[in-house]
Design a protein around this ligand. Structure first.
Ligand code: ADP
Ligand code: ZN
Length: 749
């Protein structure tokens, strides 16, 4: 028997090893193994078991790690596809399907010593006073962790062992599962009675689940699984539909994966899922996967899934690789979120992987959003996905009133650009009087966006990056938000020929909004939430907790506060500089702004009082702002798709972005020109191919590296990415030039 193994050291190929007879039966596809490689031993994963090898003199597998293989053959196939489609080495793809905590040899179950009472036959032996005290405690508990016993009794391990010697107790090893939610007290919940829209959506999803189940049973498993786009406004009750579809999946004896963006994976969200499946006939463990788990916790969650004890997995991006089997349903909530895309190799998009996995494994996929991505809605239009719509709020509350304020005319009136319009000031004042809460949103931290000299025009730029530095007033520093560079804020123009003391700070950030508020409303409790004020991961929870309990009147923040938060007492949302993102050099600038405004507006008026949203903008008539104001997604889509069509941008095509980086600009530029020539030669005659560039990237220099880009667009990306992988691997680059390939990029900087 021969095993084909992918090694963890990056080699971009697989190697054959003999399976020694004593290990036969333990080696299957997905088994982790240690194998000799040169003079060392390295870790790897078995990707196939074969009878013959084209190679001779095979060496033997040295060791099998772990009792159960951790990737199922299906997940392994998924890794292979990711490697191919996203142009990365197979071992890089494998690394993301198998998190490190599960891969490492050292990480195992946490075992702890437990003291257990034994049945006493015959007479009770004589005990000393200390032993007797100890015995009394154990008798009461019957079973108690050794560590806890020692603490309770104020004794030592030796004294406990004395009792073991007398045959009264036994001290044994027990696996103790790490449960990141063990301190939460979760009360079970019952299904809600659905409204008409929810009922229709659920019936469609359950119907698709039933159809697959029937086909599976009759072995007619052609496996054409349905993908749904659930377009439901914030508060329309999408989560309740997910919960009931999950219950149906469990009833069919299948498992499910629920993806949510990392930022909305709050204890509240997790609790809603855990609570529903904590008891009753659909009882199951709900495994949770996210980046703040310790590696031990991650290990345990993974094994609960692999062993089939946790049949529902809820998690961020990488949870799409969870070894759920059989898989019946995949839900991707907030499917438009850009955080589903991994920004390092493998640069996969978890939503797209979900759709692919659903097709391969015959699982129904539900993509949910209040503002679907252009890609997904386009897929509805061309019949790839089925559309389910929930246009009204489940609680029958009104959508908030959105007012757009033209800041150009405010600036004219005030002879300068004010932080707040009169309308917003007045609205905040009213909320404070009524003891209602306000959220203010501005997607830029710091005090001002740039430092400018009015006399000579000097702008403070980062020495390492092609971006201007942001002024942070409290720290009296200029900081680069790209590389972290910082320097003391100057008191005069740093240009030696000028030295003018009238340097000016242009633009504004959250710090300045906060400062202005404090002056305006000295009695109000105001908190700011951005990555400058949140130093530790608990800070996020603490501030939100205070806000929920009504301890804070006005919360100011960046996009951190835009998503998935429910606060019934918030009746006013202010969006400062709503068009900040519109001028980015990215064809998705309009889409992003529309999504952000809609999501932020959704935070207002979730309680009994109607909400109000005040949007301050310098280009108030931009379609992204106007359609968001009218809560008109389809209107936005229709005009946006026209623009994408004209320019042949996604979703009409797919993009591959090649970014070349290096410290020597000429070398980078030269390599990029060379690559363009090679691409033209190799791809000559490709019918719908557009090659643009090389050109300096929008972020032309970052962390001292110069950056050049080539963008390719075609409809046939699977075909193109294969060729790109081949070409880029064969290509020799100067030592200090690297190329990054991003297929379907969401960020063009
Ligand atoms: P979404 O996920 O679409 O933003 P949620 O699922 O969070 O919406 O639902 C919003 C609110 O409406 C929640 O408080 C939820 O409990 C409530 N809700 C949802 N469905 C129903 C229903 N059928 N009957 C009553 N309340 C509901
Ligand atoms: Zn920098």
């Amino acid at each position: 028997m021969i095993a084909r193994v992918t090694l963890e050291i990056a080699l971009r190929r697989e190697f054959d090893y003999l399976v020694p007879s004593e290990l036969e039966g333990q080696v299957e596809v997905g088994t982790r193994v240690k194998v000799p490689f040169g003079p060392r031993q390295v870790m790897g994963v078995v990707t196939a078991v074969v009878d013959e090898s084209p190679h001779t003199n095979l060496r033997a597998i040295a060791k099998v790690i772990g009792r159960q293989s951790l990737v199922t053959p299906k997940v392994l196939q998924l890794a292979r596809w990711i490697g191919e489609y996203y142009c990365c080495a197979p071992e890089t793809a494998l690394k993301s399907v198998l998190p490190e905590a599960v891969r490492k040899e050292q990480e195992g179950w946490r075992e702890r010593l437990v003291v257990r009472l034994l049945q006493i036959h015959g007479e009770m032996p004589k005990l000393t006073k200390r032993q007797q005290d100890l015995w009394n405690i154990i008798e009461e508990w019957r079973e108690i962790p050794l560590q806890k016993l020692i603490e309770l009794a104020g004794t030592t391990g030796d004294t406990v062992r004395r009792l073991e010697d007398k045959g009264l107790i036994v001290i044994e090893n027990q696996i103790s599962e790490r449960d990141p939610y063990e301190h939460e007290n979760i009360l079970p919940t019952e299904k809600l009675v659905l409204n008409v829209e929810q009922t229709t959506a659920l019936a469609a999803i359950n119907g698709a689940l039933d159809k697959l189940n029937e086909e599976g049973r009759t072995k007619n498993a052609e496996g054409k699984a349905d993908t749904f786009l659930l377009h439901g406004v914030t508060g329309s009750g999408k989560t309740e539909v997910y919960l009931q579809a999950l219950a149906h999946t469990l009833e069919q004896g299948k498992g499910a994966i629920v993806l949510v963006p990392e930022i909305s994976l709050t204890p509240q969200t997790v609790e809603r899922f855990k609570a529903r499946f904590s008891s009753g006939k659909c009882q199951t463990l709900v495994a949770v996967l996210h980046s703040h788990l310790s590696s031990g916790e991650r290990h345990d969650e993974w094994h609960k899934i692999r062993q089939g004890r946790a049949r529902i997995v809820i998690g961020a991006r990488s949870a799409i690789f969870a070894p759920v089997e059989p898989l019946g349903l995949i839900i991707v909530d907030e499917e438009h979120e850009y955080s589903y895309k991994q920004e390092e190799s493998p640069r996969y998009h978890a939503r797209d992987v979900a759709v692919y996995r659903g097709q391969k494994e015959g699982a129904v996929v539900v993509l949910g959003s209040a503002t679907p991505s252009m890609e997904s809605y386009y897929n509805v239009k061309r019949g790839k996905y089925q559309l389910l719509e929930m246009p009204t709020r489940a609680d029958d509350k009104q959508m908030p009133v959105v007012r757009v304020i033209d800041m150009r005319s405010e600036a004219k009136k005030e002879k300068g650009i004010p932080v707040f319009s009169n309308r917003l000031k007045e609205a905040m004042h009213q909320r404070l009087e009524k003891k209602e809460q306000t959220i203010l949103f501005l997607n830029r931290r710091g005090y001002s966006s740039s430092l400018q000299c009015p006399k000579c025009g000097y702008v403070a730029e980062c020495p390492n990056c092609s971006v201007s530095l942001t002024y942070h007033r409290r720290a009296q520093e200029l900081r680069c938000h790209t590389c972290g560079h910082f320097a003391p804020a100057p008191v005069r123009c740093p240009n030696n020929e000028c030295r003018d003391p009238a340097i000016r700070y242009a633009g504004l950030g959250t710090e300045r909004v906060e400062e202005t508020l404090v002056k305006l409303f000295p009695k109000a409790v105001i908190r700011r939430m951005d990555s400058d004020t949140l130093k530790r991961k608990e800070d996020y929870r603490t501030i939100l907790g205070e806000f929920r309990r009504g301890k804070i009147d006005i919360l100011v923040g960046t996009q951190m506060i835009a998503k998935g938060l429910h606060f019934p007492n918030v009746t006013l949302v202010g969006i400062i500089h709503a068009d900040l993102g519109l001028h980015m050099p990215d064809f998705r600038a309009g889409e992003r702004t529309f999504q952000l405004l809609t999501q932020v507006s959704g935070r207002a008026g979730r309680g009994d009082v109607e909400g109000e949203v005040v949007v301050q903008a310098f280009t108030p008539f931009h379609p992204a702002i106007q359609y968001a104001r009218r809560h008109d997604y389809v209107g936005f889509y229709e005009q946006e798709i026209e623009f994408r069509e004209q320019l042949k941008y996604p979703p009409l095509t797919r993009v591959a972005l090649l970014t070349m980086k290096g410290r020597n600009e000429d070398k980078v530029k030269f390599s990029a020109d060379h690559l363009r020539n090679e691409l033209e030669k190799r791809l000559k005659g490709w019918p719908d191919l557009v090659i643009a560039g090389p050109a300096a990237a929008p972020l032309a220099r970052a962390e001292t590296f110069y950056r050049y880009q080539i963008m390719l667009r075609t409809r046939a990306m699977s075909k193109l990415s294969k060729i790109l992988a081949e070409m880029l691997m064969a290509q020799e680059w100067p030592d200090d030039v690297t190329v990054a390939t991003d297929i379907d990029p969401v960020d063009l900087i």
